[in-house]
Design a protein. Structure first.
Length: 94
């Protein structure tokens, strides 16, 4: 990553379809890590998630646009970060 070469990046993406592209990005950049999960205020094993490309959300739109409903686990940020490898400061989460 040429802009912030010493920064570490943790990318959160629940969608299975997006994992191969993100894994390729992480393989090219050792400071990038991918975690496949939803982020939320609590942990849950199966949260409904409506996939619509850039409109994907845990909230279902009231439109007729095609979508696919899948379930994904949800973790808090603390629970999703790999243990012992990341330490956030207050400024980073504000």
């Amino acid at each position: 990553m040429p802009i912030f070469p010493t920064a570490r990046f943790v990318l959160f993406e629940p969608q299975a379809d997006k994992q191969a592209g993100l894994a390729a990005l992480a393989a090219d950049h050792p400071n990038v890590e991918v975690v496949q999960t939803l982020l939320g205020r609590g942990d849950a094993e199966a949260i409904p998630f409506y996939e619509m490309e850039s409109g994907s959300s845990v909230y279902e739109e009231r439109t007729t646009h095609p979508r696919r409903m899948r379930t994904y686990p949800m973790r808090t940020l603390d629970g999703a970060l790999p243990r012992g490898r990341h330490q956030l400061t207050r400024d980073e989460v504000a």
